[in-house]
Ligand binder design. Sequence first.
Ligand SMILES: *Cc1c(COP(=O)(O)O)cnc(C)c1O
Length: 323
Amino acid sequence: MRLLTDFPRVNLGCFPTPLVRLDNLSRMFGKEIYCKRDDLSGVGLGGNKVRKLEFLLADAQMKGAQVVMTTGGAQSNHAMLTAACCNRLGLEAQLLLKRRGVSDPVGNVYLDGLLGAKVDFFDTDDYGDIYAEMARRKTALEAEGKRAYEIPVGGSTALGALGYVECFRETMVQCAHLGIRPSRIVSAVGSGGTYAGLCAGADLYAPDVKVTGVAVDSDPFDRICAQLKLEIGGLLELERPLTADNIELYDNVGPGYGIPGPGERETLELVARTEGIFLDPVYTGKAFSLLLQKLRAGAWAEDETIVFLHSGGAGGLFAIDLP
Ligand SMILES: *Cc1c(COP(=O)(O)O)cnc(C)c1O
């Protein structure tokens, strides 16, 4: 087996991120509810992509890249954080974004501008078109003697997902220090890497912890996450392959990716007003809404200790209206 520390990694974020008890929500629901504050990961406005980028950009540097290309929706947190992290490392970031969502110069698009990233919008709903354009640019850059590194949407490769294997491990160490044993960790699922990494982490470090994913887009995440888990197991050279056994996904896409659902304002207000924490309209708002539904319906065991992964997304608050 290879250890996480065997993989090249650049130091970009502020880790460990805090693990805090949500006292008021715990009292309200008669459960132990904690929040893993990866929204405070320490680059840009924070968020989950920083952990992935620590592995991905180390790989880019090792391969001698000067240019890093990635993609996402117009308000992509991943693209913004890729630009921010590239700036730290002296790499040039090129963001090839779908126009889907709010492409006005607000929210993350505004931040992309402050960061000085090269941003181009594409009128397509197929990432295949964007990857084809990346391949063309890569060839053109090579002709100029420059090397480019491509990061797929969300940074959700097995290598990027190692960041969330590590996050799971880090969270368990923090729980041990607090003298608690979580029964469940809840996370949003947008491209799958975060969730697959957490599931792999649970397999490796604490198989009794359930990992609940809340899909905020309509891709086949069962299949995507099972495949990512296989690849993570491959990277780690595990003797037995990681299975899909602990994958537990719920759907809360609502009206569509990046479009807040009807109850979402209430969720964001509840968490802001009880705990002073801002969720985001695209990912954590939908994931927390599903958590609230389960708590209100008494769906899970009485004595659950739940850790909600706050994966960031603050930029979206300044671009996307909540109904
Ligand atoms: C990208 C993102 C997610 C989803 O993570 P994936 O690894 O893409 O599934 C969740 N929350 C926020 C704020 C994100 O930016």
